[in-house]
Design a protein around this ligand. Structure first.
Ligand SMILES: Cc1cc2nc3c(=O)[nH]c(=O)nc-3n(C[C@H](O)[C@H](O)[C@H](O)COP(=O)(O)O)c2cc1C
Length: 330
């Protein structure tokens, strides 16, 4: 998820049991121009793996070039974005726009799959317009062009995130291709994951928004149970997330980036409402961490343990100075 799936988020997902995590989408044009910010998306560490890195663009040659960089940075899968509904992306002919341009979409997949050794997967929406079934036409053609798996978020681009994901379409896609299909959309619990897997025949489910500020949902999806985290666990996990993000993005960027996460972690009735707003107003990540630790007895020890475990994995080394990294991460 763009603006969400930073390294700290991916590592957290892995710690809570996710079998595969994915990067934010990375612009192939940005990589081509050597944009420092874009190259920063390719800082990957071994404790995130298995990991997919997602690229977007509309030019097959540039997408292939980006895929080579992604593979060299250590990704286990190159994922291609044919789902992004945001105008800034679709107006360049990329993202969901490619659902209506199957010929170009196939040329992109072919170019990318020919350029790398690792598997290539594709993320799709159902189509551009409400009710579109474009994914059922384009999906099998993408497999013929070299896609090793497909992930379907069965909403239209126009829908953005409104309504429900129509997983009846996921079931139809599963029938039409011989590769694994991953179901994305509205999986928020183990019961929902089971329902989607049973009714679609999908090989896996992907959890997106439900994991924002709530990695415990991954544990629930995998193992069941309705065990809620204690206040100390929530505070400690957020403190660790804040610290990892500050190491990853640097203090200045992290301070702004993290603001949306406070409500995600501290909401759900876990802490009184004004607390997240109080954190948003604090000027440094260490001030946020100190306030959180003061708010929940026992959080300090838990956060210390998370930090020690991360250090043991080599995950606390700052990687900021590395432009592109196949950094071992322990
Ligand atoms: C903030 C945000 C950013 C997203 N960014 C991406 C992205 O970069 N690439 C992508 O394939 N999907 C992206 N998505 C879509 C999700 O991967 C997922 O398909 C969608 O949110 C539905 O699943 P969910 O109900 O589990 O969230 C994004 C979703 C959100 C909410």
């Amino acid at each position: 998820m763009a603006g969400v799936s930073v390294q700290a988020f991916r590592r957290q997902g892995r710690r809570f049991g996710a079998g595969l995590v994915c990067s934010e989408m990375v612009s192939c044009a940005g990589l081509h121009h050597g944009s420092e910010r874009t190259l920063g998306y390719l800082r990957l560490a071994s404790d995130e793996r298995p990991l997919a890195v997602q690229i977007f663009g509309s030019e097959p040659a540039l997408m292939a070039e980006a895929a080579v960089l992604v593979e060299a940075a250590g990704a286990d899968i190159v994922d291609i974005n044919f789902g992004c509904p945001v105008r800034k992306v679709t107006k360049t002919g990329a993202g969901a726009m490619l659902l209506e341009d199957a010929e170009r979409a196939c040329r992109i997949v072919d170019a990318v799959a020919s350029a790398v050794e690792v598997p290539v997967s594709v993320k799709l929406r159902r189509g551009l317009e409400n009710g579109s079934r474009a994914c059922l036409d384009v999906g099998p053609r993408l497999v013929d062009a070299g896609a090793s798996s497909l992930t379907l978020h069965p909403r239209s681009a126009r829908q953005m995130y409104s309504g429900r994901a129509d997983h009846a379409l996921t079931a139809e896609l599963v029938e039409r291709v011989a590769v694994p299909v991953v179901a994305s959309g509205d999986v928020t619990s183990r019961a929902e994951a089971e329902r989607v897997l049973e009714t679609t025949g999908a090989a896996a489910v992907m959890v997106g928004r439900a994991a924002q500020g709530n990695p415990w949902v991954l544990r629930e999806v995998l193992l069941g149970g309705d065990e809620q985290p204690s206040a100390a666990e929530v505070a400690a996990e957020l403190v660790h997330f804040v610290r990892e993000t500050a190491r990853e993005l640097g203090e200045r960027r992290a301070t702004g980036f993290l603001k949306k996460f406070y409500g995600w972690y501290l909401g759900r009735g876990r802490f009184p409402k004004p607390f997240a707003q109080e954190l948003v107003r604090l000027g440094s990540t260490e001030a946020v961490a100190a306030r959180l630790l003061a708010a929940a007895p026992g959080a300090d020890e838990l956060a210390g343990r998370l930090e020690d475990e991360a250090a043991a994995r080599g995950a606390t080394d700052t990687t900021l100075e590395l432009p592109v990294s196949a950094y071992g991460g322990g």
